[in-house]
Write a protein of this length. Structure first.
Length: 216
């Protein structure tokens, strides 16, 4: 398996305590192979090689334990999926959830559809649309490098099922506190959870919103 998948990925999965099998590693291999290929033409992400795995794949999977424990996560949407983060890595290891990758860019949406087919990601669908045009609702909304919280808080709330959860991938705690204040959310209504990304010595957090959205 190490001939196809970087040992950094396998070790990272082990550090995150994510059980995996050969089929899942192959799906990630196809995804990364296609991303490297498309990236040369379109520059979807800046990182490559091991840094791509660490900064994007393992970072995306840093929420796996939290998400896998949620009581309701049948329908998940990755808002502003871009090159497929965090949606595709999460979909590989959460096969019992249905993932919608929401991406307004035609080029990125085409890439995501291509990967879903080639990697046999049967629990993934791609919706080429903007957030404000989405009419469905989801149990879980995730996003990474999409927007500061205050800019789209109402739109995110609108696509969330009753008692649904929003999980945002964020960096430094100080900046998170500023975003929460700008969004008009009290600290009692949000959980800020530090996460360790294997091989990455940077401050990373999950911002988890649930009660704020289930009160209405």
């Amino acid at each position: 398996m190490s001939g196809n998948v970087s040992p950094v990925l396998e070790e990272g999965l082990a550090q995150l305590d994510i059980p995996f099998n050969v089929d899942q590693l192959l799906k990630l291999h196809v995804f990364l192979q296609e991303l490297e290929r498309w990236n040369k033409a379109y520059g979807f992400v800046k990182a490559a090689g091991q840094q791509l795995i660490i900064r994007h794949v393992l970072d995306s999977l840093s929420a796996w334990r939290k998400i896998s424990a949620l009581p309701r996560r049948a329908q998940v949407v990755d808002v502003g999926s871009g090159a497929g983060f965090p949606g595709i890595p999460l979909a590989v290891f959460l096969a019992d959830s249905r993932f919608t990758l929401l991406e307004p860019s035609a080029k990125k949406a085409a890439f995501l559809r291509n990967v879903a087919i080639l990697a046999h990601l049967d629990n993934v669908e791609v919706e080429e649309a903007r957030l404000e045009d989405v009419e469905r609702r989801f149990d879980l909304v995730v996003f990474r490098a999409f927007t500061p919280l205050h800019r789209e808080i109402d739109a995110l709330r609108r696509i969330l099922n009753h008692n649904g959860v929003i999980i945002a991938y964020k960096g430094k705690r100080a900046r998170i506190l500023e975003e929460i204040d700008e969004a008009g959310i009290s600290l009692e209504q949000v959980l800020i959870e530090a996460v360790e990304v294997p091989f990455l010595s940077e401050e990373r957090h999950l911002v988890i919103l649930s009660t704020f959205f289930s009160e209405s």
